[in-house]
Write a protein that binds this ligand. Structure first.
Ligand SMILES: [Fe+2]
Length: 309
């Protein structure tokens, strides 16, 4: 499948309460690579195997949470096309100039009916993964520092009106619905897993009364052993763990959820499967949601449904 249109989630700006503690966590414990700081004090990171300048941006603030989630599109013409399609649909957009985020081109931002700020961009400086483009080794020392995930993979967001959110992602941005959870009435979609490529999800939503909430940002590990090693590193550093190690029924991902020092949940995961856009959506009924969340324990963890930032 050729990846056109939206390619992937490319960055998330996360609010943290104490910048120094957050930088220590994201750089030394999670093992991201610090790539820059800007005049407003934001700190930029990438995962070791990512090539673009950054995927996680930290901003010190009074409350934790997510400022915005950015998706990289194929090129400038694609960005212009999506900007026009959003306008046609009556969705107001704001254009942020190149350089507002370090090493990043123009961004087109809009607000979802769930209250989240989403942006599209076409260009960001490629800084590489520390290995040559000719005859590279499979890994380097950056892949052994801290938890060291391969990439920022997806985010799960909580907010209202996810039926309208689904229409924007499917009808305008070209995503498809991979899996969903139906509510107790057997009809209403209460959770959605959406993909723009062949990942089992690039973004997910859960219906929730408060707008604009972050459930977690997720980082891909390249083996189950690396997920278990991540759990060891979390415990050695006294990181608060929410769930896991375990496996989701939904998406089949093998996972640990934990919290950064500001209370933002993050996930280290591995696995899943590789859907195509023509695949029929997998449906989970409300009574099976416990297996969907935690397949071995069949447990609907209360914290998963209630704690967001
Ligand atoms: Fe996740």
């Amino acid at each position: 499948m050729a990846l056109e249109g939206v390619m992937r989630p490319g960055h998330a700006q996360i609010r943290v309460l104490e910048l120094d503690a957050a930088v220590h966590f994201y750089r030394d414990v999670l093992g991201l690579v610090e790539t820059g700081r800007d005049a407003s004090g934001r700190v930029y990171f990438k995962c070791w195997d990512e090539r673009d300048h950054h995927s996680i941006v930290l901003r010190e603030a009074e409350s934790a949470g997510i400022d915005f989630l950015g998706f990289k599109v194929r090129d400038d013409a694609t960005l212009d096309r999506f900007e026009a399609k959003l306008a046609e649909a009556g969705i107001a957009t704001t254009s942020l100039p190149a350089g507002d985020l370090l090493e990043t081109g123009r961004r087109v931002r809009f607000t979802l009916p769930s209250g989240h700020e989403i942006e599209l961009y076409a260009t960001k400086t490629s800084v590489g993964n520390g290995m040559p483009m000719v005859n590279p080794a499979p890994w380097n020392e950056q892949s052994e520092t801290g938890i060291a995930p391969v990439r920022f993979d997806h985010a799960l967001l909580y907010g209202p009106n996810i039926a309208d959110v689904k229409r924007i992602f499917v009808d305008i941005l070209g995503f498809y619905l991979v899996e969903r959870v139906l509510g107790p009435d057997g009809e209403t979609e209460t959770a959605l897993w959406l993909s723009c490529g062949q990942k089992v999800h690039d973004i997910a939503f859960v219906e929730h009364p408060e707008p604009g909430k972050l459930h977690h940002c997720s980082f891909l590990m390249d083996s189950w052993e690396k997920v278990l090693r991540a759990g060891d590193i979390m415990s050695k550093n006294e990181i608060s763990v929410d769930i896991g190690p375990t496996r989701h029924g939904i998406t089949r991902g093998c996972t640990i959820y934990a919290w950064d020092p500001s209370g933002n949940r993050f996930e280290t995961f591995q696995g899943g499967y590789y859907p195509y856009p023509d695949y029929e959506t997998i449906t989970w009924t409300w009574d099976a949601f416990p297996q969907g969340l935690d397949y071995p324990q069949r447990k609907l963890h209360e914290s998963f449904l209630s704690i967001v930032t």
